[in-house]
Ligand binder design. Structure first.
Ligand SMILES: Nc1ncnc2c1ncn2[C@@H]1O[C@H](COP(=O)(O)OP(=O)(O)O)[C@@H](O)[C@H]1O
Ligand SMILES: [Mg+2]
Length: 271
């Protein structure tokens, strides 16, 4: 049945590959759904998207199929292109081959995003590296932009450039910085990052190599399989904060701006 929820869109992006964008997208999406939110997850890493892999999902359709039928797809029929994960989230994966990426036009993408928002309380959008023409308008329309970084020098350098670009585009207010693996051994300490990058609206996600890699390899997100780990706790806390501050309820109530301030606790327990 068609719904008209006008869900919040959270775009997860970052200046580099391998910094945790997909890990954040997948686990945040499920953590939100555990708070009784209806969540759609869209993979816009159109060439090398791996959301389906991270969820061990056998999908029938991808965004390419929606593009091909875009004139006949509406807010009722779009759900038939989504694959339901056992956690309850609904996923629209990226195309199965890199060369299909160019078939996705930004106009069609925007209209799909519109339909997916109508169907959900939250639309989580995973992205590829950096920003490109297709994703820019999507980012413009997002309610929140999560910029993921790690403490590595190359990651921080590129993140600074990305944040500067977002500033120039007038997106500062909706950007949150996600410092992933904040407690890993590094020359730069997590507490230096806000000043270094000029952003104090920061979300900290702990480092847990064993749980993170095992979960990606098995295709079982850790918020499902290791719900009491330090990593999962960080995501449940984040989801709680998003739901509370967004004033979204399953009945579709709204609004207010988000405020995230996360206290950092080093050496959280691993489970
Ligand atoms: N918080 C974390 N702790 C430990 N390892 C992590 C963490 N976040 C990501 N990783 C690891 O980093 C790698 C890349 O993660 P991924 O989410 O695929 O990055 P991206 O989508 O940015 O390319 C994966 O092998 C994952 O296990
Ligand atoms: Mg990824």
């Amino acid at each position: 049945m068609a719904e008209n929820k006008n869900g919040k869109m959270i775009v997860i992006c970052g200046a580099k590959g391998g910094i945790g964008k997909t890990l954040v997208s997948v686990n945040l999406a499920i953590a939100l759904s555990k708070k009784n939110m209806k969540v759609n997850l869209l993979d816009t890493d159109f060439q090398f998207g791996d959301v389906s892999l991270a969820l061990d999902l056998q999908t029938t359709f991808t965004i390419k199929d929606v593009m091909e039928e875009q004139n006949s797809v509406d807010s009722a029929s779009v759900s038939s292109y989504l694959t339901e994960h056992s956690s309850g989230i609904h996923v629209l994966p990226s195309p199965e081959r890199p060369e299909y990426a160019e078939l996705i036009t930004k106009e069609a993408l925007l209209s799909v995003v519109d339909l997916l928002r109508k169907q959900s309380d939250f639309l989580i959008v995973d992205t590829g590296v950096g920003i490109h023409e297709q994703s820019l308008e999507l980012i413009e329309q997002a309610d929140h932009i999560f910029v993921v970084t790690t403490l590595e020098m190359t990651s921080l350098k590129s993140t600074r450039l990305l944040l500067e670009t977002f500033d120039k585009l007038g997106f500062r207010k909706k950007v949150k910085l996600v410092v992933n693996r904040y407690d890993m051994e590094s020359l730069i300490q997590a507490e230096e990052v806000p000043e270094m990058l000029g952003y104090d609206n920061v979300i900290y996600i702990p480092n847990n190599f064993q749980i993170a890699s095992q979960s990606l390899n098995l295709g079982i997100p850790f918020v499902v399989s290791r719900s009491r780990s330090n990593l999962s706790k960080a995501f449940y806390k984040l989801a709680e904060s998003i739901v509370t501050n967004s004033h979204v309820s399953s009945e579709g109530k709204k609004k207010q701006s988000l405020r995230f301030t996360f206290s950092k606790k080093k050496g959280g327990t691993d489970q």
